[in-house]
Structure formats: C-alpha cells, structure tokens
Design a protein around this ligand. Structure first.
Ligand SMILES: NC(=O)c1ccc[n+]([C@@H]2O[C@H](COP(=O)([O-])OP(=O)(O)OC[C@H]3O[C@@H](n4cnc5c(N)ncnc54)[C@H](OP(=O)(O)O)[C@@H]3O)[C@@H](O)[C@H]2O)c1
Length: 238
C-alpha cells in the first residue's frame, strides 16, 4: 500500500495509460480521481475499476473549468497528465488548423492544468507529463507529434526547476495498445503495429500497464525530478 493516504488526480484517466495508472494507484491504496471529457467513458471506467474512484467531467482546454476543478478537489499529492487529443499528417499536405489541436490539448491543456493545480499539490508530491517516442526520434509525417513531445520534455525540465520541491517528470511511451488506436480498422491497425514494432528493440507494442508501472515509479521515487523516462521498448536508443 505504497500510496495509502495519498490522493492521485489523473486527467485523461478514463482510458489507456491513464486508466491503467488509476488501476495500479488504487491497488496501492490511493484515493484516485479520474477526469476527462466524455461522461459515458468515465462511467464505464468507474464500473471497470470496481473501486471507489471519483470521476469528474472536464475538458482540459477550458482554463476556467480547470480552475474550478482543482478548487473543488483541493489538496492532493500526485498529478498525472496523459490527456491528449491529437492529429498529425504529412507536413506539406496537412492544414495547420488540423494539427493545431494537438498542441491545444497535449501542450497547452496540460500546461494550464499544472498552473491551476500547483497551489493544491503537496510539496512532497509530483507531476507527470506525457510526451512520446517521436520527441527524440522523429519518423516521416509526424512533425507535429515530434514537436509537441519535444516541447513537453522541455517544459517538464523547466518546471522541475521552477516548481521544486514538487517533482516534475515526463514519461515518454512507445507504441502502446490503447483506445487511442481504436478508431482504426483492426487489420489496418495490426499491420501498422507490426510495421512500427520493427523499429523497436522489443518488437511489439506495449500494454498500457507496462507504461503505468513507470507512472507509478515517477510518483513514488522521491529523488526523481526533471527526468524524462523513455518506456519505449528501445525505440529511442535504436
Ligand atoms: N498509445 C500510444 O501509442 C502512445 C504513444 C506515445 C505517446 N502516447 C501518449 O501517452 C498519453 C496517453 O495516451 P493513451 O494512448 O493512453 O491515450 P487514450 O487512450 O486516447 O486516452 C486519452 C485520455 O485523455 C482524455 N482526453 C482527451 N482529450 C481530453 C481533453 N481535451 N480534456 C480532458 N481529457 C481529455 C480521453 O478521454 P475523453 O476522450 O473522454 O476526453 C482519455 O481519457 C498521451 O499523451 C499520448 O499522446 C501514447
């Protein structure tokens, strides 16, 4: 029960890596609050977690709602920020307005969340931002994803300085089997996964729980701040 008497807030906790992190944090005795936009997804997540988890509907892109959200939650210990609503495409062929939303949620949404959360986070607490494998090693047609992930890693290091002693870290997942990929047709998705996996030392996609273990580490490791943890099956290294 390593998180007993601790409160963990996960914006983007209704699916994928955030949901898996909620599962592990609950197992370790934390009080967990998950938040995201879609109330149906939140209710399903609550049912699946089979635990006393608090759900809150919020769009991270709305600063006024964020301010109210954290005021209502009040004091807590750890903030996890896996919320992302991204789109990408070939640089020359994709209209800027299409890819702008990637920065709106994944960068500015999480940036604002930290701003409004900070007064309520315990001094020995932590903040975890999420980047992605392309931040260190881009691949073709993913300029916006490389850019946003690199920006988040820079933000994480800078905020670790500015918000200390609260610890700020970044988790960079590799390809992970989450709901993010669920709008693709299954065969197409499997083919894409197989193709991308070839670029990993561990030749497969991660399971959400494999990434969530790293999220737990970043909450529990009281001497880790300003780090980016690459849980990417060796993609960055290769
Ligand atoms: N999966 C991968 O292969 C992969 C690879 C590299 C990096 N990552 C990064 O890892 C993080 C988690 O990814 P994931 O695959 O677990 O994603 P996911 O399964 O798509 O989950 C995203 C979560 O964010 C919430 N969300 C999206 N937009 C939001 C908004 N505007 N306000 C509040 N909540 C919002 C979603 O719920 P609602 O839709 O209900 O709001 C959901 O709970 C992201 O930063 C992602 O970019 C993932």
């Amino acid at each position: 029960m390593k998180l007993k008497h601790k409160r963990v807030v996960i914006i983007g906790g209704s699916s994928g890596i955030g949901f898996a992190t909620a599962q592990l944090a609950l197992q370790e005795g934390a009080e967990v609050i998950i938040a995201s936009r879609d109330s149906e997804k939140l209710n399903n997540a609550k049912l699946q977690l089979e635990c006393d988890v608090l759900i809150k509907q919020i769009d991270i892109n709305d600063p006024n709602k964020l301010a109210l959200f954290f005021k209502e939650i009040a004091c807590f210990d750890h903030l996890q920020l896996p919320a992302a609503d991204i789109s990408s495409g070939p640089f020359l062929m994709t209209h800027t307005s299409v890819v702008k939303k990637t920065f709106e949620t994944k960068f500015w949404g999480n940036y604002n969340a930290i701003k409004y959360a900070y007064p309520y986070i315990a001094k020995e607490g932590s903040i975890t931002l999420y980047s992605g494998r392309l931040g260190q090693r881009p691949s073709k047609n993913t300029a916006i994803l490389s850019a946003v992930s690199a920006a988040i890693e820079g933000l994480g290091r800078a905020l670790a300085l500015e918000l200390a002693p609260v610890r700020v870290n970044v988790l960079s997942p590799g390809l992970t089997k989450t709901e993010f990929w669920s709008n693709m047709e299954e065969t197409e998705r499997n083919q894409l996964f197989e193709k991308i996996s070839n670029d990993f030392l561990i030749k497969r996609a991660a399971l959400p729980l494999e990434i969530a273990h790293a999220a737990m580490y970043l909450m529990l490791s009281t001497f880790t701040s300003g780090s980016t943890l690459y849980i990417d099956g060796g993609y960055t290294f290769k």
